[in-house]
Ligand binder design. Structure first.
Ligand code: ZN
Length: 196
């Protein structure tokens, strides 16, 4: 028997996070390309980002058929948020020549790399990375390194960097509640043993 889920945030109905999800405006447009393996994960933070931003879009696939259309949004310059040799650090100046379409692959590192491999157009985009990223509050999933952020945290930090005149803190509210809920569910004892 499956528990009833909220159709919007996909959380079990008694743990629905929708009341905490903001509706923020941004000059930057965010396009999240999610690997199908992430969709039903309990910590689907990419979905929280897409729901919390008015100028954001979430697409789920392994091969994106309409990628060219998704990337060619009039007035926006597409940049891929992903490390690479040619990647430049995001700064407030990066958006001075016009608003950015920030393209964010969502999945484990392995799955994100696979998305780039399967979608050459994605891999060919100019890349940007986060500078001075905060330490992740994301304590529950195995991250590839100490600096690894959840997709929601990475997007929040990127937007805050590009648009320092606005605050994107509210984006993290449902995320914090989600993390606290997960910790409570597994028990403090187990949490400390596994994550301390
Ligand atoms: Zn909900």
């Amino acid at each position: 028997m499956s528990r009833a889920r909220c159709e919007r945030c996909l959380r079990p109905e008694n743990h629905c996070l929708c009341a905490l999800i903001p509706q923020l405006d941004s000059r930057t447009r965010v396009l999240i390309l999610q690997h199908p393996s992430e969709v039903n994960h309990a910590l689907n933070t990419a979905r929280l980002a897409a729901l919390g931003l008015n100028n954001a879009q979430l697409e789920v696939a392994e091969i994106f058929d309409h990628l060219e259309t998704l990337l060619n949004v009039p007035g926006y310059q597409a940049r891929l948020l992903f490390p690479g040799e040619e990647a430049t650090a995001l700064t407030p100046q990066a958006a001075e020549t016009g608003p950015m379409l920030l393209v964010v692959p969502d999945g484990t590192w392995r799955k994100a790399r696979k998305l780039l491999h399967l979608n050459p157009l994605l891999a060919s985009l100019p890349r940007v990375t986060l500078e001075n990223a905060p330490v992740s509050r994301y304590r529950l999933r195995k991250a590839p390194g100490p600096d690894a952020l959840s997709t929601l945290e990475a997007i929040t930090h990127a937007l805050q960097t590009l648009e320092p005149d606005r605050s994107f803190d509210a984006l993290l509210q449902p995320f914090d509640a989600l993390i606290e809920g997960q910790i409570a569910a597994m028990g403090e004892e187990t949490f400390r043993r596994n994550h301390a």
